[in-house]
Design a binder for this molecule. Structure first.
Ligand SMILES: [Zn+2]
Length: 105
């Protein structure tokens, strides 16, 4: 057998901590922490900093200069924070595994 070295630390591979936080982009509860560069499985927004929650027009470096406002618009229209992430996002039918708290906006 080969490739054992590629496993992540302590064999905790793919365990998913219970998410408690709403993704600022898609409004699904997908994040176990905020501001820790976690990537939302539903929209693929990278949660760089809670700063963007209140400054949605500031470009996010972790999201290649995308702003949260753009990402939210993209999610509504194409189902991902940006078109390049579409191959990675969770299929719409699988989103039911997550709670959703849409904001009125
Ligand atoms: Zn999201």
């Amino acid at each position: 057998m080969t490739g054992l070295g590629k496993r992540s630390k302590k064999g905790r591979r793919r365990t998913r901590p219970e998410p408690h936080f709403v993704c600022p982009c898609c409004d699904y509860v997908t994040l176990s922490e905020r501001g820790r560069y976690l990537i939302c499985p539903i929209c693929f927004w990278e949660d760089e900093d809670v700063f963007y929650d209140t400054n949605p027009r500031e470009p996010s470096a972790a999201n290649h200069g995308l702003t949260l406002a753009e990402a939210r618009d993209n999610f509504k229209t194409i189902g991902a924070c940006e078109a390049a992430m579409l191959p990675h996002v969770l299929p719409e039918e699988d989103r039911a595994a997550y709670l959703n708290f849409p904001l009125d906006n």
